[in-house]
Design a protein around this ligand. Sequence first.
Ligand code: FEO
Length: 173
Amino acid sequence: MIKEKMSQALNKQLNAELYSAYLYFSMSAYFKSINLPGFSNWMRVQALEEMTHADKFYTYLLSRGGAVELETITGPPKTWESPMAVFEHTYSHEQKVTSLISDLVNLALEEGDHATNVFLQWFVNEQIEEESSADGILQKLKLIGKESSSLFLIDQELGQRVFTPPAAANAKA
Ligand code: FEO
């Protein structure tokens, strides 16, 4: 059975993952409002992925006999100054999540909780991808500046992103 301190910390991360989903749904709605459907699609897929991250914490907590304590999710911003501002926010948000995951790993090691440490390694790897994809789009937006034809091309590219449910993703791996 998981120790109380670790259980509380994982509950906090469950809340943080749900906040990430809220944040990205809000960004998705913002992009829709400024007529960038591809960006909106990318962010919606991102939000759905965050829901699967939350579900991983939920399922893990229960599997270890921990209590799931759902807390209030803070409302995210509703608007941003530009697509670039959205991706600056996304990149810095993911960097923050990476540091939250690192803190959890440190706690698991301090507590001698090897099962939780192993569980968290999936997130350690995932955060490399999360930061890299947000930064990749941010760098493209910096390069194009105010060129609207290039923005349209990126919008088309981001419109191709498809949500892959975890079971299907596992089957492919
Ligand atoms: Fe759940 Fe974007 O990391």
